[in-house]
Write a protein of this length. Structure first.
Lengths: 565, 493, 116
């Protein structure tokens, strides 16, 4: 194809929503770079680090704006490689394994996407058309009604790549691992923000623009979303590493977006996209706060943390706000979008009774998220300082450098803004132009007035407390069984085991046990199976020449039998 | 006819081999010079062959079918380009790598003999002539596998030679059958006669024998068992030649010729190729996943990747053939690069065991990124070259309604990715292995070969730009897609 | 008259004998001999192909165009094939000797360090 043809293919389309996603990608790029200036200081290969970061941004923008499917697949696939390279900057011993796992899951689903692309090509052009059609497949010109096995397969294959990138089940297992091993800015940059944008945005595009979904596929997506929400949040509750716990929440929250897209109605989809943007804000904030903790305490093990609220008040404040956001507590932004998703789910009530399950899962998920953040906040910021923290606090006054604090603060402020003014800033200024022509949502939460009511309620409660009982309480040092806790650090309650008893519930306990043995990890299960087969096959290659010759002769006979028939 | 240059493609490396053996025994530099110049000349001739129109040359002026006809059609020129391109880069690499071995002139003699044999196989239009050249290349490769004369080299060479000879015997027997039946050795004439005489038990038997023989050279399961022994045992540049081009020119190319141009692709035959390809793909990659010896891992991947090509051919459609041929081209590039990388690692660290390596990306940056790009290419990660050929093969599967084979190709591709991530993980990531603090990047001739191949991996997709595709790939696809080529058609080229 | 296909069958049998030796013998030299036997079976087969009843040596006499000749081509092929076979055999024997130096045995079942 000559150059003019190349440009006449309409490789890109600049929809308002894409511009919005691009703006977010740019914002996170800037914040992550500022953050990295301090966090990554002194590490080797920083030039490559920033190069990969910039390349990731460029390719992400390409994917967001791409109209041409082939172009999208290429840029998308290369992003997986960049993810791999960026994880490689981690310094834990398990970093190489994690990098391999991430690229294998992401790259493996990219390969599935390739088959999906081939199927789309076949569905559009049919047999015997050669390669020429491939370059012309684009979102704006192709629409495939989902009917029959092929189109369902094509959709599921493309969706699997989106789910893996976003970290939804069953392709989620790389996210918690990566959260634990990769440098925090990378985690905040990719799985927490850019990959979510890409994955969910792509899922929305194929669900809305490329395919016309039927309600069955919608239910499949909603089921996937619900399972993701519940399973990941359950896993999050029992973690004892701050980063890994947050990693599981990054998985759990994707469930809401998938669920929202699965509803298929405008408010659900809109809620999903809004949740995607909100998620990138609060999740990056949480990861970056975790990074600040790691930077000053050199650990994210919950056993060794505690009582950091006094030492790092700003980080604590931001973390608190973001925690409430992710848990869907009004008036923060997480609530605004979850509320819309709930309504979307209720909107599917016409398709049968299943909506009750999805709604329960979504609400339960929120409650459990809150529960697990109570544990996290207790274990990290509140409670008693661990000996480790005390030692560091004594030797050096841990502070939060500006380069780390600024992005965290910006994101926390955004959490509040997007929540309190949900109906004005995100919708009035950002979404409305995007959704031109969409109906006004009946149940849209009038967030600002509600916030005022909430504040008023809080204020009232405060007044009642101060007037009624403020003077009658007494404060003493914390104690257990009469023993003064400050004097006995060994009796400290770290909060790590808050929910460990959940494993004692019979069926759940078995599931947790299986999860710990990685029975649900497609990566581990797949490789175990391949290794098992490989063991058999490699036992057959025992170095005996006679056996090898025999195989050849058997091959000759087999060929003869195959051709004689 | 404008084909006077065709015999040079065999004559030049053959003459170079003899000259090396006679004149360059004393001087390694002279042997190096001769080897490099000859291979460069062959590369130039191959490029000329690609850009010039197809032609034929009757050896000694005897007209076909009496004499031997050399045929330079689109397929032959594509194969020549692949062979000589890889040979040239490998030759430059070996200038530095082979310092570790003695016997420069022997190396260059055998190398050039092998090159002459491969070129001969590709350009000849005569079945027995093909057999002779195939034997020349095979014999040279047996000797090159044994070049290090260590325990394992000798063991591998013996097994390789025994099985290779067996394959050659099957071929010769098959050729005898066909000659007895059709009374001719010229492939085009034979195709014509086979069409006239129709199918008989003896033609099926001959087909089975020839197919088995070529499959043995191509290392298709179940004829593959020599390859994982032989390819890792050779010196790295030779491994690169063996896995990169030898199995393709001696095996894959010959199968394609036999199936499409001589016998004509019947549905049964194509189905058989599909099964053979799919089995090879799966078994090769599963065995590769378990390997810790880097070269053995790569060797098993050759088995698996050859399966892709055969699968592409087995689809029988123009798109499938295009995919198969394009994958052949790409695989030559990235597999030879991977073997060169393994050679660089072995030379720098003294081991091929992945468990003993680690953290080398900082010490050997060039090797690291070239390995990564080749690994991504073979795993089909966009936008590297392997992605494109796999995409075409998968599209061709889908187009034919062969869903299972399409899904299978994807699955194997994922497993390939898994096994190459293992390589990069253990060799380059993580903590620096013990005793590697002073490891250095390899010298420039080795780097040059690797870097050029890596660049080819990265830009390989450009082969599909229509102008390039029309020149290089499409003529080759047309040759195979045309089906049986009659003598008249070949001579008129 | 002997059945005309009998020699061909004997040839194939000889080939099978050679292959059997490669397949089942442990000694390197016997394996090489097996290859040689199979090689000669194929050569013999080629020679048989050109045989014609009452055929004469394919030497063209002036003025005797009509005579029945055996097909000359396979004979040329066989010559080539013999040369190739010789080269292969020489190579194999050389390798077998070196193998004996390294492994101290001619038993192929004990020369199997490459596996898996």
């Amino acid at each position: 194809m000559s150059l003019e043809n190349l440009f006449s293919l309409d490789l890109f389309s600049f929809s308002p929503l894409a511009w919005l996603a691009a703006a977010f990608a740019g914002l996170f790029f800037i914040l992550v770079v500022i953050y990295s200036l301090n966090f990554m200081k002194g590490r080797k290969g920083l030039f490559r680090y920033y190069l990969y970061t910039v390349l990731t941004l460029v390719l992400t923008l390409g994917v967001i704006f791409a109209d041409n499917l082939l172009l999208l697949v290429i840029l998308w696939g290369f992003l997986g490689l960049l993810l791999y390279l960026l994880i490689g900057f981690g310094r834990t011993p398990s970093t190489p394994a994690t990098a391999r796992k991430a690229l294998l899951i992401v790259g493996g689903t990219d390969a599935m996407m390739l088959l999906g692309l081939a199927l789309v090509w076949f569905l559009v052009y049919g047999p015997g058309t050669g390669l020429s059609g491939l370059a012309k497949l684009s979102f704006s010109t192709v629409t495939i009604p989902v009917a029959g096995g092929l189109s369902v397969a094509a959709f599921l294959l493309l969706a699997s790549a989106a789910l893996a990138k976003a970290g939804a089940m069953p392709f989620h297992t790389w996210v918690p691992d990566m959260a634990e091993d990769a440098p925090i800015p990378v985690t905040a940059y990719l799985p927490a923000s850019l990959d979510k944008l890409l994955g969910v945005f792509f899922l929305a595009r194929i669900s809305l623009e490329l395919f016309i979904l039927d309600s069955t596929l919608g239910i499949v997506l909603m089921a996937l979303g619900s399972i993701t929400i519940m399973a990941a949040v359950m896993m999050a509750m029992v973690q004892h590493d701050m980063k890994r716990l947050l990693g599981y929440h990054a998985v759990s929250q994707v469930g809401y977006m998938v669920l929202g897209i699965g509803t298929g109605n405008p408010i659900g989809i809109c809620g999903a996209l809004f949740h995607m943007f909100n998620h990138t804000i609060y999740k990056s904030c949480l990861f970056m706060a975790a990074g600040a903790v790691e930077k000053s305490m050199n650990t994210t093990d919950l056993h060794r943390l505690g009582g950091l609220a006094k030492l790092m008040p700003l980080v604590f404040g931001a973390f608190f706000v973001a925690s409430l956001s992710i848990s869907g507590v009004p008036p923060f932004n997480g609530f605004a979008s979850k509320w819309m998703i709930y309504q979307g789910i209720i909107g599917t009530a016409g398709n049968g009774w299943t909506w009750i399950i999805w709604l329960t899962a979504a609400m339960m998920g929120s409650a459990l998220t809150l529960a697990s953040f109570m544990k996290l906040i207790h274990a990290v910021f509140l409670g008693q300082a661990s000996p480790h923290v005390t030692k560091i606090a004594e030797s050096s006054r841990p502070g939060t450098p500006f380069a780390l604090a600024a992005p965290i603060a910006v994101l926390a402020v955004l959490c509040i803004l997007f929540g309190v003014f949900a109906d004005r800033i995100p919708f009035g200024e950002l979404f409305s132009p995007v959704l031109a022509g969409e109906p006004v949502f009946p149940g849209l939460w009038s967030s600002t007035s509600a916030t005022i009511l909430i504040l008023a309620g809080l204020f009232l409660g405060m007044v009642v407390y101060l007037l009624g009982s403020a003077g009658k309480t007494r404060s003493v040092a914390p104690f257990i069984g009469g023993e003064d806790l400050d004097a006995r650090p060994s009796m400290r309650v770290s909060g790590v085991d808050f929910y460990s008893t959940v494993k004692d519930v019979k069926p759940l306990g078995v599931l947790f046990d299986w999860a710990e043995r990685k029975h649900f990890d497609c990566y581990v299960v797949g490789l175990r199976f391949a290794d098992f087969l490989g063991g058999i096959l490699s036992g057959l290659h025992n170095g005996l020449l006679g056996r090898y010759v025999l195989w050849c002769l058997a091959g000759v006979v087999a060929l003869y039998l195959a051709l004689i028939g | 006819m404008a084909g006077e240059y065709i015999p040079l493609l065999v004559a030049v490396p053959l003459a170079g081999a003899f000259f090396c053996a006679l004149a360059a025994r004393k001087s390694g530099v002279l042997a190096d010079t001769i080897g490099t110049l000859i291979v460069a000349l062959v590369l130039a001739l191959s490029i000329y062959a690609v850009v010039s129109p197809p032609s034929t040359h009757a050896v000694g002026g005897w007209p076909a079918p009496l004499g031997i006809l050399l045929v330079m059609d689109g397929l032959a020129s594509l194969m020549l380009l692949v062979v000589s391109l890889v040979a040239f880069l490998v030759m430059i690499y070996s200038l530095s790598y082979m310092n570790a071995y003695s016997g420069r002139w022997q190396f260059h003699t055998l190398f050039l003999l092998m090159l002459a044999g491969m070129n001969g196989v590709v350009i000849t239009g005569d079945l027995f002539n093909l057999f002779v050249f195939l034997e020349v290349a095979s014999l040279a490769s047996y000797a090159l596998v044994a070049f290090g004369t260590g325990k394992h080299e000798l063991e591998a060479a013996f097994k390789y030679a025994v099985m290779g000879s067996l394959g050659s015997l099957l071929l010769l027997l098959g050729i005898a059958f066909l000659y007895g039946y059709t009374g001719t050795l010229n492939m085009a004439h034979m195709a014509e006669r086979l069409g006239e005489l129709g199918v008989a038990p003896i033609t099926v038997a001959a087909l089975v024998l020839l197919l088995s023989g070529f499959a043995l050279k191509a290392a298709i399961v179940p004829f593959h068992s020599w390859l994982p022994d032989a390819h890792p045992s050779a010196p790295a540049p030779i491994s690169a030649m063996l896995s990169g081009v030898l199995i393709k020119s001696l095996g894959v190319y010959t199968i394609a010729r036999l199936v499409f141009n001589v016998y004509g692709a019947s549905p049964d035959l194509l189905n058989l190729l599909l099964v053979l390809g799919a089995v090879s793909m799966g078994i090769g990659v599963i065995l590769a996943l378990r390997q810790w010896d880097m070269k053995r891992l790569l060797a098993y991947h050759s088995v698996s990747q050859v399966g892709y090509m055969i699968l592409g051919f087995g689809l029988g459609s123009p798109l499938g053939i295009l995919g198969g041929l394009f994958h052949l081209f790409n695989h030559s590039i990235f597999k030879s690069l991977l073997f060169l990388n393994s050679g660089a690692l072995e030379q720098a660290t003294g081991t091929r065991n992945l468990k003993e390596m680690g953290g080398l990306s900082g010490r050997m940056p060039t090797t690291s990124w070239t390995t990564l790009s080749a690994s991504m290419s073979i795993s089909g990660v966009p936008p590297f070259s392997g992605f494109w050929s796999k995409l075409i093969i998968v599209m061709a599967c889908v187009e034919q309604g062969r869903w299972f084979y399409g899904a299978w190709a994807i699955l194997v591709s994922v497993l390939t990715l898994a096994s190459f991530l293992k390589v990069t993980k253990f060799a380059f990531l993580g903590k620096l292995g013990k005793g590697f603090e002073n490891v250095r990047e390899v010298p420039w001739p080795m780097r040059f070969g690797m870097v050029v191949l890596a660049l080819l991996c990265i830009v390989g997709g450009l082969m599909l730009v229509p102008e390039v595709k029309e020149m290089v790939l499409t003529p080759a696809v047309r040759v195979l897609d045309h089906g049986i080529l009659t003598l008249g058609e070949v001579v008129r080229l | 008259m002997i059945h005309s296909w009998l020699p061909y069958v004997l040839c194939i049998l000889l080939f099978c004998v050679g292959v059997y030796a490669v397949l089942s013998k442990k000694n390197l030299i016997r394996i090489i001999l097996g290859i040689v036997i199979a090689d000669y079976a194929v050569n013999l087969f080629l020679i048989l192909l050109c045989w014609k009843k009452g055929g004469e040596a394919p030497i063209l006499q002036p003025g005797a165009m009509e005579q029945v000749m055996v097909d000359p081509l396979p004979q040329a092929l066989v010559l080539t094939s013999i040369v190739i076979g010789l080269a292969t055999t020489a190579f194999l024997v050389a390798i077998a000797m070196r193998l004996h130096e390294r492994y101290g045995t001619y038993d192929i079942t004990r020369i199997r360090e490459l596996r898996g």
